[in-house]
Write a protein that binds this ligand. Structure first.
Ligand SMILES: O=P(O)(O)OP(=O)(O)OP(=O)(O)OC[C@H]1O[C@@H](n2cnc3c(O)ncnc32)[C@H](O)[C@@H]1O
Ligand SMILES: [Ca+2]
Length: 496
């Protein structure tokens, strides 16, 4: 009997109480670790999706966005996972055959069906926002614009997604949502640091949006947001007809008033390269509400390049009307604009053109020098140097680059000093800079007005803490047990 007790005293692990205690603690550790690890696992694997169609004046793009389901209100969680460019021109070009507008979207929508898991289709919102091309069509022919919108609506309703509507968005929305997109993607709302202004150049309109230091004198140019607990008082303006395609038309119409030859059949243009010679149609220039003064161009004319950058800039300046301003300061056309402030992200055609011309970095003076050199390069050399670039784009880069420099310097009043504050960007991370992401975030309420409550610890930290804490408790139990055993042995020895 004494021998047996001695064995038990020598080896405490043989005590039933110790074995039970060990088993219970092991079970507790396993349970805590398992719960901590799997707690959010099933949610983490769940993603939600949203589709936005950007029905621009020149073309339509379909964007698919994705975000983890449980992090809907965390900033920076939504990312663009897929883009599909609809073949053909923008939906406004289907004004005479509206039924084709809806059909044009089918290929990209089929692609969206493949990209998004079937189980998520019914809850995936689809938004179509049309911009300046449809604004112009509505001005010209409201019935035709309604038919085009009805056609795309019918087409989009046929898909298994949750269709939320097709509409022409306002210029202010286009500007403001572009601003939300670039600041959301740059994580500026959560950091509550400075924000990035947004410059968007499309085919038919251009937008400028930023937080000014000056008071905003015109109500039409104000938009307020409260995001993540901060108030933002924005200046925004959208210039309809000042997208690069419409300004090209305006500028050709202007030139046609004084540079036509005797037979009215040749239009000489300093913004096109020497040796460029292309037959164009009267309709290509005048079939738009942006060109008000229809002039003497014949049905067909020859567009001939002169390759003279200084003259080109003079001719482009003529499209900016600086003759009137009823505010303390204006950009052009009598539109109020405070002084530009802070850094800007310039995207869409600002990026396409400046990237091609290699002008995304460097000074304003460098940019002008490079433009002068580029515009004076003969057309045949340009074609030889860039055989893979679409001829339409290639022929227009001299004009487009000149327009961009003129718009930024003489229109928006950027100077040599703050030129470096303009960053020409296409994407931030995986997502394109543009109004679509901001539009979806706003319509799905994914940017809350107040900052969401954040857990004290991230998930990983929580798991590690629980494991360490449990091990510590176990260690303390073990030490306490050893201590208890030693004191009982000493007591037993004392009794003996
Ligand atoms: O905003 P709106 O005015 O409705 O027009 P959009 O949305 O269709 O306009 P984009 O930003 O898609 O394109 C702006 C312009 O840039 C042109 N563009 C697109 N890719 C280009 C490239 O690689 N090089 C030069 N121009 C390009 C396009 O044809 C348009 O004229
Ligand atoms: Ca656009």
């Amino acid at each position: 009997m004494d021998e047996q007790r001695e064995v038990q005293v020598k080896n405490p692990c043989h005590r039933p109480v110790f074995l039970i205690l060990t088993a219970v603690i092991a079970a507790v550790i396993i349970t805590v670790v398992s719960i901590s690890v799997v707690q959010n696992k099933h949610i983490l694997q769940k993603y939600k999706y949203g589709i936005v169609l950007d029905a621009g004046s020149s073309h339509t793009s379909v964007y698919i966005y994705e975000w983890p389901a449980e992090k809907e209100n965390n900033t920076g969680m939504v990312r663009q996972t897929h883009t599909c460019h609809v073949k053909g021109k923008g939906i406004s070009s289907y004004s005479t055959i509206p039924e084709k507008a809806g059909m044009s979207l089918q290929e990209c929508m089929e692609e969206a069906k493949q990209k998004i898991p079937v189980a998520r289709h019914p809850e995936t919102p689809v938004y179509l926002g049309a911009t300046a091309g449809m604004r112009l069509l509505k001005m010209d022919n409201e019935d035709a614009s309604n038919k085009v919108l009805a056609s795309v609506t019918n087409s989009l309703k046929k898909y298994p997604f949750s269709f939320q509507g097709a509409r022409i968005i306002l210029g202010q929305e286009e500007g403001a949502f572009g601003w939300i997109t670039v600041n959301y993607l740059s994580d500026n709302f959560r950091k509550a640091m400075g924000t990035l202004g947004a410059l968007d150049l499309g085919g038919a309109s251009t937008q400028i949006t930023f937080i000014p230091k000056q008071e905003i004198e015109s109500q039409d140019n104000t938009i307020d947001f409260r995001l993540y607990g901060n108030d933002y008082h924005l200046y925004t303006h959208s210039f309809l007809c000042f997208g690069k395609d419409q300004v090209l038309r305006l500028s050709l119409a202007e030139k046609s008033r004084y540079t036509l030859d005797k037979n009215n059949s040749t239009l000489s243009d300093p913004c096109f390269h020497t040796g460029y010679n292309s037959s164009k149609k009267y309709m290509d220039v005048f079939d738009t509400p942006c060109v008000k003064e229809k002039s003497a161009l014949p049905k067909d004319f020859i567009h001939v390049g002169l390759g003279d950058w200084a003259e080109c800039q003079n001719s482009v300046k003529k499209v900016f009307d600086a003759s009137h301003c009823r505010y303390s300061t204006c950009s052009f056309d009598g539109v109020f604009q405070p002084s530009v402030e802070g850094k800007f992200g310039a995207f869409s055609a600002f990026y396409f053109v400046m990237d091609f011309l290699n002008l995304t970095s460097g000074t304003l003076e460098d940019a002008k020098l490079k433009m002068r050199r580029y515009c004076s390069t003969p057309w045949k050399d340009i074609v030889q140097r860039y055989p893979k670039i679409l001829e339409k784009y290639l022929s227009e880069y001299c004009f487009s680059g000149t327009y961009i420099l003129t718009l930024l310097e003489h229109g928006y009043k950027f100077t040599s000093n703050n030129w470096k504050d303009i960053q020409f960007i296409k994407k931030i991370g995986d997502s394109d800079a543009g109004w679509t992401l901001g539009y979806m975030l706003n319509l799905t309420n994914m940017i809350p007005a107040e900052a969401p409550d954040v857990p004290l610890m991230p998930h990983g930290g929580y798991v590690s803490f629980m494991v360490l804490f449990t091990l510590l408790v176990f260690l303390l139990f073990f030490l306490a047990f050893l201590y208890y055993r030693r004191s009982t042995r000493t007591a037993q020895k004392d009794i003996i």
